[in-house]
Write a new protein. Structure first.
Lengths: 184, 329
């Protein structure tokens, strides 16, 4: 299978991969770092840990660059971030029962306070969901992945993605009724 | 299972929820950390697996659908000359050739034998499909059926880049009569199969999302290391032709052997009668290395036997062998 994929994938990879590790890192960083850190915040609720997870994932890719060939590195990064976020959550649950650190507020003008409260409410509501539902919703609504891509990232079936997505969306709507109604 | 209206409102809420997150570090820090942690971190053993990992992740979802094109049967490793990739069928999943390890008996005790399985209808990762094939697939060679997990066990599987995790749908108790060594090798069949798909030098076992204290009676409170090839793989095995294959009158046999002085002895039998025999040597002595030889035979049904020489004069561990039922046509 590996060789078949290699043979057929002779054209330049879809994401226009540069050859050397350093320019690849620059490009990957520019295109994916921020988005993946924000994804990890949705999964972990903790910006500090989120960035750590994404940085670890980039370090792993950078170190192995020569062995990655023409693989779909963004997909690989994405999966690594999700898996590592999961490990962090599991570790937190085992090591301590302390809640993870919520994102810092930036109180200022009223408008800022309102926005910060809204943001916190969404992230807290996600944290209330079962892990799979949270992952599926984040990948679907934040990264805009297809069902197939989500299935591939999480190692579950497309059917499971569907059911986690519909249950998760329903639960999130229930948690966030007030925000959904007040917004345009 | 319907999702009400369009979900643009949820998209917007999630987007907004993290809009204030701004990472503080850049590529310089990533480079610096890479240098600090790189020495000796990726062992050569995992190198091949690392390449496979990303290729499978990267390629499978978008290129993996070659479903209507079964691999050419016959001697040698399964053919990779599959022609045009067809567009992935949305609902039927894709078909892949996956290496899968099963437990067979040898003179040295239970060992792993590798088979290549054509698995159809894959809708999730190749890693998961391969692990599931260990649990619910049937080995082509009935000699490899030493461990047959109970029906209905399913597993999730993923890798964080260094440790593989398998999440079983139910606890696996040790079947009566299974000894420690067989249980150990059975777990290795999962680890070795998974490590063909994704990087991982150890496997963490879970049941239904929680750490599994034991699997098949083996303590799994810490991840189980992937054992070395020489300690778990059969000392002699036939990779091709595969069990039940139909081959031409002149065919090639390939496999791997770790035998005394690299000797590989073979017989082609019809019933108990040896109709052809010969010997060859593997490329290297005493560690698993490839061998190949060519056999010519008239059409008919045969058993191909490949074994090491017995240097023990009947007192040692005896011979190890692998056998395949084949048809010459």
């Amino acid at each position: 299978v590996t060789r078949i994929l290699l043979a057929e994938n002779t054209g330049p990879p879809a994401w226009g991969v540069p050859i050397d590790a350093d320019s690849a890192l620059e490009q990957l960083y520019g295109e994916h770092y921020l988005r993946l850190v924000r994804l990890a915040v949705l999964l972990l609720r903790d910006p500090g840990r989120a960035e750590e997870v994404v940085q670890d994932s980039f370090v792993a890719v950078y170190q192995r660059w020569d062995r990655l060939g023409d693989a779909d590195v963004p997909a690989y990064l994405r999966q690594t971030v999700v898996n590592r976020s999961r490990s962090v959550l599991r570790h937190l649950r085992v090591v301590s029962q302390h809640p993870t650190q919520p994102p810092p507020d930036h109180p200022g003008a009223d408008r800022d306070v309102v926005d910060a409260v809204r943001r916190r409410a969404v992230i807290d509501a996600l944290a209330e969901l079962p892990r799979r539902q949270r992952e599926v919703l984040a990948l679907r609504y934040y990264l805009d992945l297809s069902e197939r891509e989500i299935a591939e990232t999480l190692g579950i079936s497309a059917g499971a993605v569907k059911s986690h997505a519909s249950r998760g969306a329903a639960a999130l709507r229930t948690h966030l009724t007030h925000l959904l109604e007040e917004s345009p | 299972m319907t999702t009400p209206r369009d979900d643009s409102d949820l998209r917007r809420l999630l987007e907004e929820a993290v809009s204030d997150v701004h990472p503080s570090s850049g590529t310089a820090e990533i480079r610096a950390r890479s240098r600090r942690t790189s020495a000796g971190r990726w062992l050569p053993l995992t190198l091949a697996a690392a390449v496979v990992t990303v290729l499978v992740i990267g390629g499978a979802a978008w290129l993996g659908g070659q479903s209507d094109d079964p691999p050419a049967a016959g001697p040698g490793a399964p053919s990779t000359t599959t022609s045009q990739p067809s567009a992935p069928a949305a609902d039927e999943g894709r078909t892949e050739l996956l290496p899968v390890y099963y437990v067979g008996d040898t003179a040295a005790g239970p060992r792993l034998f590798k088979e290549t399985h054509e698995v159809k209808g894959i809708t999730d990762t190749s890693l998961r499909a391969a692990v599931q094939e260990v649990l619910s697939g049937r080995p082509h060679d009935p000699d490899y059926g030493v461990w047959a997990p109970p029906d209905g066990v399913v597993a999730g599987a993923f890798s964080d880049g260094s440790t593989l995790t398998i999440d079983l749908s139910e606890p696996l108790a040790r079947p009566t009569g299974m000894d420690d060594e067989t249980a150990r090798i059975a777990l290795q069949s999962l680890i070795w199969t998974a490590a063909e798909q994704q990087t991982g030098s150890a496997m963490r076992f879970m049941v239904d999302g929680r750490p599994a204290p034991e699997v098949l009676g083996i303590d799994t409170t810490s991840p189980i290391e992937r054992a070395s090839a020489d300690s778990v793989l059969s000392t002699i095995s036939i990779d091709g032709p595969i069990e039940g294959a139909t081959v031409p009158t002149r065919f090639q046999v390939t496999g791997r052997a770790a035998t005394f002085e690299a000797n590989v002895v073979w017989e082609l039998k019809r019933g108990d009668q040896v109709v052809r025999n010969g010997f060859t040597t593997a490329q290297e002595c005493c560690t698993l290395s490839p061998y190949t030889f060519t056999v010519t035979a008239t059409p008919g049904d045969y058993t191909l036997v490949v074994h090491d020489t017995d240097e023990s004069d009947g007192e040692g561990i005896g011979t190890s062998e692998d056998t395949k039922s084949i048809t010459v046509r």
